[in-house]
Design a protein. Structure first.
Length: 199
């Protein structure tokens, strides 16, 4: 009886440190930088010269994007989790030369590297903490009067544990779809035109 072969692991992109990327950018040898956060997050703060390709758009149009990406590409998000997901998607589409910015924009800003800033807004992780904390607090208080209400807080806690273990966040994905976070969503034609405009 033949055993089922284990499917190959999804290819992952190696990382690059913020200091190494900043040195490459300063020397004019910088790779193409794709920021996979939402349009709202990108407008708040981003690496100068980076291009915004939100993760959901990248997943949906990976083949079209692959045709316009060559050479070195560094993927950026807030902490590195979404960029790692984007790396798996693009590596699966056959794009070589991918790297993920280790620690994301958080590490880039800690380094003191250049940042283009727009209007300030809360990042997704902070929004998740607010919503999750509010649900747990509200259900904990309401549980004094109605004992089973606390189960909603327990479900949120279970979701946060799953988010940590899987390095994904359903609540963050849902919050990313809110108009506050999305802003005007770039369409694939705009993104491709933008990619063509940078060598």
């Amino acid at each position: 009886m033949a055993e089922n072969p284990t499917p190959p692991a999804a290819p992952t992109a190696p990382s690059i440190t913020p200091s190494a990327l900043e040195l490459l950018c300063r020397d004019g040898r910088g790779p193409r930088v794709l920021d996979v956060r939402t349009a709202g997050e990108f407008r708040t703060a981003h690496i100068p010269g980076s291009r915004n390709v939100p993760l959901d758009l990248l997943r949906e149009h990976r083949s079209a994007l692959r045709a316009h990406l060559d050479g070195e590409v560094v993927l950026v998000c807030r902490s590195g989790a979404r960029a790692a997901q984007a790396g798996v998607v693009l590596a699966g589409a056959g794009l070589p030369g991918l790297r993920v910015l280790a620690g994301g924009m958080t590490a880039w800003e800690v380094l003191g590297a250049p940042v283009d800033r727009g209007a300030s807004r809360w990042d997704l992780e902070r929004q998740v903490r607010l919503v999750a904390g509010s649900v747990v607090l509200a259900t904990g208080l309401a549980g004094v009067l109605r004992p089973r209400v606390h189960l909603a807080g327990t479900a949120v806690g279970a979701g946060l544990v799953h988010a940590a273990l899987s390095n994904t966040c359903v609540m963050g994905g849902l919050l990313a779809r809110l108009p506050y976070n999305r802003g005007p969503r770039p369409d694939i034609r705009t993104v491709v035109a933008d990619l063509r405009g940078k060598p």
